[in-house]
Design a protein around this ligand. Structure first.
Ligand SMILES: [Zn+2]
Length: 466
């Protein structure tokens, strides 16, 4: 007889998904139903919060799994995450030719953007006083608010207003460079709380808004990359290692470690070819990538930390989601292959994606940071690069499991998620842990015209893939 008490401790569901099964409904119809249900839940929550606002509160409030309500402006669990959600829903309505819905989401996004403005400014005034709040990354600080602001202004009908709005938002993002001048203050290096997360914002500006402040953006990128490389080159090593918090053990995963940081450095090298002239940069990055490849297990896993023996754990014990484990490394190795041309990086990306497919139907939920939808988004990266239909089908199969009753029950019973309340993400409506992220994934996978080319699928992991 199966031991169910043990089953409730296994991190993932066995993947029995059949990608060739002929569905009753089209993929789009199936996920539109799911999107509708998720939106009902999440939007109801946002309306509840807004009603409270009319009494004595503000639109910054978020709710935890223990029903504690507090303020948070971050994209990771707070209000900027909802701004991102509305923006992605707007993009979905735009490409699927739903003009009324498009206008509705755009209006919702602009409304929230305007409502948040005084709170964002207040937060920044406090930040000047409290060093701990000075974290200008996409996930944690205020840059996400301004970055989404740039994207919203770009689609404003009035051109003059659009340009002014974009420039104001960009000035704000660039103004965070001042922290690099401060004595005695240094950000972490990683994506969530550190320089790589700020670099993400600068790289999006470089890619999408190159007609504005191009020199300042290039200078900022160069400066941040140099800072990261300086921090990662531990004496005696020929490759980069990054610890989190700084000075502790070196981390590997995309949120806190080398995978996320190296991805940003490689994207910076692509977008700013002059960086390749930086002394030894190319050499150091290749050695760092090769070191990572050597740490991948036969099944494609990565441990949490560099000190972990790559063959030392049972397969069931490895984390397989964006923040830790193989899924986050798919975009890194794809970009490494594009930049340095080595086949071994494509092999590593494929191994990571195979590992994500096999072990990535995880019981932590349907969220982005550590959930099934996040893993689906990361597999799409390999499809965009290889045009191998299997990765699209597999990603879609993961997305289709959203709100599946059997899976929901398994998530409910999973005992070792690390959540405060079993079966419930700590911030159940948030972008990175909760339903707002699931909505983003469902919207991102919906509404693509049938003639969309494989490289045109704009389904990218927020705050990470560029
Ligand atoms: Zn996570």
């Amino acid at each position: 007889m199966e031991d169910f008490s043990l089953l409730n401790r296994i991190r993932y569901f066995d993947n029995n998904l059949d990608i060739d099964q002929i569905p009753e409904k089209s993929f789009d119809e199936t996920i539109k139903d799911k999107l509708f249900t998720c939106k009902q839940n999440c939007f109801t929550f946002i309306i509840v919060i807004k009603n409270q606002e009319s009494k004595n509160s503000d639109p910054l409030k978020i709710i935890s799994s223990t029903v504690k309500i507090r303020q948070d402006i971050s994209a990771y669990i707070g209000s900027a995450g909802y701004l991102y959600m509305y923006y992605r829903l707007y993009e979905y309505a735009k490409r699927s030719n739903q003009p009324e819905l498009k206008d509705e989401y755009f209006a919702k996004a602009v409304d929230l953007y305007d409502k948040l403005k005084p709170f964002i400014e207040q937060y920044e005034i406090q930040s000047v006083k409290q060093k701990s709040m000075k974290i200008p990354t996409f996930f944690i600080g205020t840059p996400a608010y301004y970055l989404i602001g740039c994207l919203l202004f770009k689609d404003q009908a009035k051109e003059e207003q659009a340009q002014l709005g974009i420039m104001n938002c960009m000035k704000k993002i660039l103004s965070f460079m001042v922290i690099f001048e401060e004595e005695g203050y240094r950000m972490e290096d990683e994506l969530l709380y550190g320089n790589a997360g700020y670099l993400y914002c600068l790289l999006v500006l470089k890619l999408d808004f190159s007609e504005y402040f191009s020199e300042q953006v290039d200078d900022a990128i160069t400066r941040v990359v140099a800072d990261i490389v300086r921090a990662g080159l531990v004496e005696g090593n020929s490759f980069l290692t990054f610890s989190f918090p700084r000075g502790k053990k070196p981390y590997i995963g995309a949120a806190h470690g080398s995978i996320g940081i190296l991805y940003m450095i490689i994207k910076a090298m692509q977008l700013l070819p002059d960086l390749q002239k930086m002394t030894n940069l190319k050499d150091v990055v290749i050695k760092s990538l090769d070191d990572l490849v050597s740490r991948q297990t036969k099944a494609g896993h990565f441990g949490y930390q560099m000190s972990q023996d790559p063959q030392g754990e049972a397969e069931a014990e490895y984390a397989v989601h964006f923040c830790h484990g193989a899924p986050g490394s798919i975009p890194l190795f794809v970009e490494a292959c594009k930049t340095f041309g080595s086949k071994r990086y494509l092999e590593a990306a494929t191994l990571s994606a195979e590992c994500t497919w096999k072990y990535g139907l995880i019981k932590k939920g349907f969220g982005l940071c550590h959930g099934i939808c996040g893993n689906a988004i990361l597999m799409m990266c390999l499809y965009r690069f290889t045009n191998d239909e299997i990765w699209k089908k597999r990603a879609e199969a993961f997305i289709k499991t959203t709100l599946n009753n059997e899976i929901l029950q398994g998530m409910d019973e999973y005992e070792f998620s690390g959540f405060t309340v079993q079966g419930v993400p700590d911030h159940p409506y948030s972008l990175m842990e909760g339903q707002a992220g699931t909505i983003v994934a469902l919207a991102d996978f919906s509404g693509w015209p049938s003639d969309t080319q494989y490289f045109e699928y704009d389904i990218k992991f927020p705050g990470f893939e560029i």
